[in-house]
Design a protein around this ligand. Structure first.
Ligand code: HEC
Length: 171
């Protein structure tokens, strides 16, 4: 009897401890090239947004504090310092139910990052690439060679240090 009473009191506590965390960023596996999913990424500040008309998606581009400082520096020549991380979150477009002319984020597609380390990632022009797919953030790529696809396409932005995004104008 006594033991039962004790268990009854303990049960809610145990239930709270075993319920999985609501934050999906916990226990995310690193990308095949060893790059870790940055803690707190969803709290980073915005550098820009973009819309892709060819695949019906919209994105926000975020930066860690080093990247934000660089992006908001009042200078003509944008310079991404060592340790800067750029992130891109991608959603499928969805029509807002209450206002049909508005397109809003629907299904979450993936999160991807570029980590600035000119020595470590010299093979991919000074940026380490990684992507995680879906809300459960499954690492993208069978092995580390996935970065070649990333780096190859980003060559189109070689005049802006392989970064496509130019910081959105802010008042
Ligand atoms: C076919 C071309 C292409 C490939 C492949 C590609 N990207 Fe990009 N990436 C872009 C374009 C275009 C943008 C800017 C427009 C946008 O926001 O989608 C971009 C933007 C980004 C950004 C935001 C910073 C920036 O450069 O604007 C990150 C981070 C990023 N890509 C990471 C990756 C990673 C990681 C991979 C590989 C897993 C990858 N990209 C593969 C074309 C590509």
């Amino acid at each position: 009897m006594k033991i039962h009473q004790h268990l009854r009191h303990l049960c809610p506590l145990i239930a709270t401890l075993v319920v999985p965390s609501i934050s999906h960023a916990q226990n995310v596996r690193p990308a095949p090239n060893g790059i870790e999913y940055p803690q707190g990424l969803t709290n980073w500040r915005v550098i820009g947004t973009s819309i892709r008309n060819d695949n019906n998606t919209q994105r926000v581009i975020l930066g860690n504090s080093i990247a934000i400082k660089a992006a908001r520096a009042k200078t003509d020549k944008l310079h991404w310092p060592e340790g800067a991380i750029l992130a891109k979150l991608v959603w499928k477009n969805e029509t807002l139910a209450t206002w049909k002319a508005a397109t809003v984020p629907g299904d979450f597609m993936h999160a991807e990052i570029m980590v600035r380390d000119t020595k470590k990632y010299s093979a991919t022009k000074g940026w380490g690439y990684a992507r995680w797919t879906g809300l459960d953030l499954k690492p993208h790529g069978q092995n580390s060679s996935f970065v070649e696809t990333c780096a190859n396409c980003h060559k189109a932005a070689q005049n802006t240090a392989f970064v496509f995004t130019q910081p959105a104008r802010l008042p």
